[in-house]
Design a protein around this ligand. Structure first.
Ligand SMILES: [Zn+2]
Length: 218
């Protein structure tokens, strides 16, 4: 059994990335199952909920409960809340509490959505993050410790400040310029401390990990 299984899933990912980078061989592959369900992209929220989003949480809770070594990170609170408030049974809710307590299920980012960074005003970023975090704290007494910002278009200097102040320990991203990612891979620069502005303090910077492929299915 992996001896660091008690750590949050994203912490394991970051640590393992470091360990694998140091090791010459063998290469170890780690799979981190996660949700990624855009809230209102091709379909409305209700259509998406009925078509697939509700089934994701129903099947994840069932499958995690079946095998103790399974892990999952859930990202979008909008769908989870609709499932929790209107679909989940009392038994499934008890199972979710147990999965969270045993760290087999973890919420990352915890906002209502994974907000875009190219055009979204920071007022709205704060609002949606606060809304999702409020639900998690009131319902489970937890606060997300890691961001999972793997599909926004663009990267805003607001992000490291906002996410550091939101209490995240680390920040996971993926969508950056392909040539930039290529050069960062070559120089082993995919992990760095991101500071939005040199005038800001250390409390407003965040350790950032860039996934090494060109999508969030790295
Ligand atoms: Zn997306």
């Amino acid at each position: 059994m992996w001896p660091l299984g008690w750590l949050p899933v994203v912490a394991q990912l970051v640590l393992l990335r470091f360990l694998v980078a140091r090791a010459e061989s063998p290469i170890r592959v780690f799979v981190v199952p996660h949700s990624h369900m855009d809230v209102g992209w091709l379909y409305t929220v209700q259509e998406s909920l009925r078509a697939y989003a509700a089934n994701v949480y129903t099947s994840v809770v069932e499958e995690l409960t079946l095998r103790k070594h399974r892990r999952f990170i859930a990202v979008e609170q909008e769908y989870f809340r609709l499932w929790w408030d209107g679909i989940a049974s009392d038994r499934q809710k008890r199972q979710v509490h147990h999965l969270l307590a045993t760290r087999r299920l973890e919420f990352v980012i915890g906002g209502q959505v994974m907000h875009d960074e190219a055009v979204t005003h920071f007022d709205d970023q704060i609002l949606q993050l606060t809304e999702g975090h409020g639900f998690l704290y009131e319902t489970f007494g937890i606060r997300p410790r890691f961001s999972w910002q793997v599909d926004p278009f663009g990267a805003s200097a607001t992000t490291p400040t906002l996410f550091a102040l939101a209490g995240f320990h680390a920040h996971i991203i993926s969508r950056i310029d392909y040539d930039l990612k290529d050069s960062m891979q070559k120089t082993r620069g995919l992990q760095f401390v991101w500071r939005g502005s040199p005038s800001l303090s250390a409390e407003q910077e965040i350790f950032t990990h860039v996934l090494d492929q060109y999508s969030y299915c790295s």
